[in-house]
Design a protein around this ligand. Structure first.
Ligand code: DAH
Length: 344
């Protein structure tokens, strides 16, 4: 039996010697030292020995167990240290590495263009309209009829204007000019407001057109207002917006709510008036519509045209931003692609 114990001791020591992981250590413990382990099965046979031998073999068995326990503890310390070192190596953090950084959002150029234009007009004495006087969901009555559009005007056609199914004659406004009517209904002259906002038209989308876009409306009503005042304000706006006194031209035009009406062109910023693809060879770019508020409109809102006169203008924000930043596709404004946005 003593021989058996020696064999067990030797083979266990050999296994401990070659153990590589803490799992190996656990297996050895289980095989030799646990209740069902080899050593215990020997001890169970002690009862067959004489009292004398029992003492000797029993003591030796305890000694073997002690040796194995010590060796296992020693080896286990070595393995643990190695494993820890490995783990620390693999989880090493280089605190000197630069961070990943995160992409900050950007202000859409439409928003910054609107802010910029509103600020220019605020500098010229206009104030920002109250939201309630510039709704996007509007009645046909205010968007068209009150603005002197005849009942059969083609713009009212469902092919041009989005009709909401909320109630008959409710539409998504096709122009910010609705704000003129609401402002004149709720305030007494003198009036000087600027009304930026979204407008909607039933249009097929292309590089030049979208069915949602932005306009900025201006309205000034006071005594003794002339077309000269309108020209002065718009020329000043163009000078500040484009950063230099660009040649402008006021072309006679027609809008139902202004008389006389004009469209304003600025000399093409791409070619300086020589004619290019952007200005279709004309040397001029149309930037806005304007005119003296029609007497019929003043009457519609109970403002006495004998006392007051005024002017109005409306400009497309997308168009002004495209011209200033040489953007050739209107759809870029709406995709919110950071590669586009971060250029501004
Ligand atoms: N509402 C016009 C449009 O959408 C633009 C416009 C023209 C506005 C003349 C005005 C104006 O206030 O006086 O085409």
């Amino acid at each position: 039996m003593k021989q058996q114990l020696e064999n067990i001791l030797n083979s266990a020591l050999a296994e401990i010697e070659t153990a590589k992981t803490s799992a190996d250590i656990e297996t050895i413990k289980l095989n030799y030292l646990s209740r069902k382990g080899t050593l215990n099965s020997i001890k169970k046979n002690l009862k067959d020995l004489s009292v004398e031998d029992k003492k000797i073999v029993g003591a030796f068995a305890n000694e073997v167990a002690q040796i194995l326990e010590n060796k296992l503890a020693e080896k286990s310390d070595v393995i643990y240290a190695k494993e820890l070192e490995k783990k620390l190596e693999s989880e090493k953090i280089d605190v000197t590495l630069t961070g990943l950084g995160h992409q900050a959002g950007r202000v859409n150029p439409l928003t910054s263009t609107i802010n910029e234009i509103v600020e220019i007009f605020q500098g010229l004495g206009f104030s920002l309209i109250k939201n309630e006087n510039s709704p996007e969901v509007e009645t046909e009555y205010i968007n068209f009829d009150m603005l002197n559009f005849p009942p059969d005007h083609p713009a009212k056609d469902m092919q041009d204007t989005f009709y909401a199914e909320l109630a008959p004659n409710v539409i998504l406004r096709s122009q910010t000019s609705n704000a003129q009517i609401r402002e004149m209904f709720s305030a007494k002259p003198p009036i000087r407001v600027i009304a930026p906002g979204r407008v909607y038209r039933c249009e097929s989308v292309s590089a030049r057109k979208n069915n949602l876009f932005h306009q900025i409306e201006g309205l000034l009503i006071d005594t003794n207002i002339t077309f000269g005042d309108l020209k002065g304000v718009l020329n000043e706006f163009i000078r500040i917006y484009f950063g230099e006194a660009r040649p402008t031209r006021f072309r006679s035009s027609f809008f139902p709510f202004t008389e006389p009406s004009a469209e304003v062109d600025v000399q093409c910023i791409m070619c300086g008036g020589k004619g290019c693809r952007v200005c279709s060879g004309t040397g001029w770019l149309e930037v806005l519509g304007a005119g003296m508020v029609d007497v019929n409109v003043l009457k519609n809102v109970d403002i006495d045209p004998e006392i007051y006169s005024g002017f109005a203008f409306g400009m497309g924000v997308e168009r002004l931003a495209m011209l200033k930043y040489a953007i050739d596709d209107i759809r870029l404004f709406y995709n919110n692609d950071v590669r586009f946005l971060k250029q501004f």
